[in-house]
Design a protein around this ligand. Structure first.
Ligand SMILES: NC(=O)c1ccc[n+]([C@@H]2O[C@H](COP(=O)([O-])OP(=O)(O)OC[C@H]3O[C@@H](n4cnc5c(N)ncnc54)[C@H](OP(=O)(O)O)[C@@H]3O)[C@@H](O)[C@H]2O)c1
Length: 276
């Protein structure tokens, strides 16, 4: 699968499996675990999770899904801002590693800004990296001014920023995405289907039908067509996990891209970063 480069030289695959809302209900656990295992069997090379999801239960499901596999996927997890002090980040990372039963998180992110000072969090990330417990570190839900602050700290941060970005929420294209591209910082687009809401848009449905794919595949292929963008749709259903992988096969013509621009116009000015 195509990938982007992280500062460590590691490659981050452009498509992965999201896990938000997993682990919240014991009734749905088996189905969630099955969808992750099936996704890995199909060749998804990345899983995105966080200590927040299901209060740790999503990480446990991830641990179960990857246990005993020969090649394990690239793992992304996140620390809560209220745990992101120097000592708190290290303790949170240890807990995440234990829940997933792994030695190392490939990319560890600050979930959003607002807890400890970012220099403290980054100091902890650097210590975790030195100890081999994480590969790269990054942030999430950082708008341009937050990114500028983070880079100004000179703590070696330039790995990734995970933000809300999809056809119906194109704000980052105005300033954040070009700024990140210039610095070769991959953007991880979360909620690429706008949590399902995007798939109900008539324009997307009709354009997808016109080129013989599903609305989800078109929404994901549009993100994947953009350099420096990684995305992580979530599904707890086998059929949808397979369907979403099909987005990789789609190559979008300039005409369809122009029609998507007409239906979902790019931003004309600065829009504050949206967050879910
Ligand atoms: N950093 C952050 O602050 C942040 C915030 C939000 C999300 N995230 C990450 O990004 C991942 C993805 O975002 P998300 O979960 O919010 O939303 P999403 O991936 O845009 O949408 C997920 C929803 O769409 C449905 N779905 C998935 N594939 C589908 C398909 N082919 N056809 C129809 N429906 C489909 C899923 O239902 P089923 O499960 O029933 O298939 C689920 O309800 C998360 O899981 C999480 O890992 C990060």
């Amino acid at each position: 699968m195509r990938s982007c480069k992280l500062p460590s030289g590691a490659a981050i695959p452009v498509l992965g499996l999201g896990t938000w809302r997993m682990g919240e209900s014991p009734r749905r656990r088996a189905e969630e675990l099955d969808s992750l295992k099936y996704g890995l069997d199909l060749g998804y090379p990345l899983i995105d999770t966080a200590e927040m999801y299901g209060d740790g239960s999503a990480e446990e499901i991830v641990g179960e899904a990857i246990a005993g596999r020969s090649g394990r996927p690239f793992i992304v997890s996140k620390v809560y801002p209220h745990n992101a002090s120097r000592a708190g980040t290290i303790a949170a990372c240890e807990r995440s590693l234990k829940r997933m039963r792994i030695e190392r998180i490939d990319l560890y992110l600050l979930h959003w800004r607002g807890g400890a000072r970012i220099e403290e969090t980054f100091d902890a990330f650097l210590r975790l990296r030195e100890a081999g417990k994480i590969g790269d570190f990054g942030v999430s839900n950082f708008d341009l001014s937050d990114m500028e602050d983070a880079c100004r700290l000179d703590k070696g941060f330039n790995a990734s920023n995970q933000v809300l970005y999809c056809l119906s929420r194109r704000g980052p294209e105005f300033d954040l995405l070009p700024w990140m591209r210039k610095r070769s910082i991959p953007l991880m687009a979360y909620s690429p289907l706008d949590q399902g809401a995007l798939l109900r848009k008539a324009a997307l449905k009709s354009l997808a039908q016109g080129i013989g794919c599903t609305p989800a595949q078109l929404a994901l292929a549009w993100l994947l067509a953009q350099p420096g963008v990684v995305t992580i749709p979530k599904s707890a259903s086998r059929e949808r996990v397979k369907e979403n992988l099909g987005a990789l096969e789609l190559s979008l013509s300039p005409q369809i891209l122009a029609e998507l621009d007409r239906a979902f116009p790019p931003p004309k000015g600065k829009q504050p970063l949206e967050m879910l």
